[in-house]
Design a protein around this ligand. Structure first.
Ligand code: ATP
Length: 281
């Protein structure tokens, strides 16, 4: 597989739709790859979280032990490792819309964040062609600013010019369906409204690799339909879309491929009908 032209370690790149993004570092989009060319190569990826201050397994959840630890002033916090992704490998191609499914805690969000370059691999590698953009319900725009300001900032962060922002502004606000709330600070929004605005901003631009984490779970039926259509459109125009969703109907209707994660490993990877049937059985 030709991965030489792909970029290793996307953590060194800008990720405009995530909290770590800086508008000033948005990179120019590289030339569009031909359909079917690899856009993301994940090679034996392991992600390990280190949690400091964790109790040992024998003490877990025990109030008396927690109190004892405080009374004994156990200075050094213990460190616990959570091995969230365990040797995941796959190749995503231009034009793919890949649904990631699995139970709570199976590693879906961790995998997306690793592809976006926000989590360093403990072992293995992620190669990406182009700039991945993570769109998640937790991806922060600036909550104290109004929706209006966030639309403008978000567009700049994705590398749009002022005239492109002007051209897209109305469409973004209309797509989000948040109406007059666009004039209010985002801190006043419900989580669904915030997610819709983020999706509307992120999807106003073509992305080489778009990572969507549960963004569609919060909208009403009409918004879900609109956003599914938009994803299909982005699939055509852009590169690859990854979608994490607990709603399997959304996955079935939107994706051409499904990866089922179980306890951090790929349990199945294939066409939606086959994988969803196995997952549901
Ligand atoms: N920041 C973190 N620090 C420590 N452990 C974490 C962190 N984020 C996730 N984990 C752990 O990593 C594992 C995978 O979590 P992850 O959020 O990726 O799963 P998920 O499949 O997206 O879950 P859900 O469906 O509930 O959103 C879980 O055991 C979780 O407790």
């Amino acid at each position: 597989m030709a991965v030489a032209e792909l970029t290793k370690e996307p953590s060194q790149m800008a990720h405009p739709q995530d909290e770590a993004a800086l508008p000033a570092v948005a990179a120019a989009a590289p030339a569009e790859p031909a359909p079917g060319t690899p856009t993301v190569v994940v090679d034996d990826l392991h992600i390990v979280y280190r949690v400091y201050g964790a109790a040992s397994a024998s003490e877990k959840g025990n109030a008396a032990n927690a109190l004892l630890r405080i009374l004994r002033r156990q200075g050094r916090p213990q460190m616990k490792e959570v091995h969230a992704v365990k040797g995941v490998s796959f190749v995503a191609r231009h034009g793919d819309a890949i649904g990631i499914i699995g139970r709570n805690g199976s590693g879906k969000s961790t995998l997306l964040r690793a592809i976006a370059g926000l989590l360093p691999p403990h072992k293995g590698s992620v190669y990406t062609n182009g700039q991945p953009s993570l769109l998640g319900v937790n991806a922060a725009l600036m909550k104290e600013l109004t929706g209006e300001r966030n639309v403008v900032l978000g567009c700049y962060a994705m590398g749009m010019t002022p005239s492109e922002v002007k051209e897209k502004y109305d469409e973004i606000v209309e797509f989000s369906g948040i109406g007059e709330f666009v004039q209010f600070p985002m801190s006043t929004y419900s989580s669904g409204m915030g997610a819709r605005l983020r999706f509307a901003i992120a999807s106003a631009k073509s992305h080489n690799v778009l990572l969507i984490d549960e963004a569609l779970a919060t909208g009403d039926r009409d918004f879900k339909r609109k956003s599914q259509e938009r994803i299909q459109q982005m699939r055509g125009e852009a590169g690859t879309v990854f979608l994490v969703a607990h709603n399997l109907d959304v996955i079935e209707e939107t994706c051409n491929r499904v990866i089922w994660l179980h306890k951090g490993k790929i349990k199945m990877d294939g066409d939606p009908a086959t994988v969803l049937a196995a997952y549901n059985s």
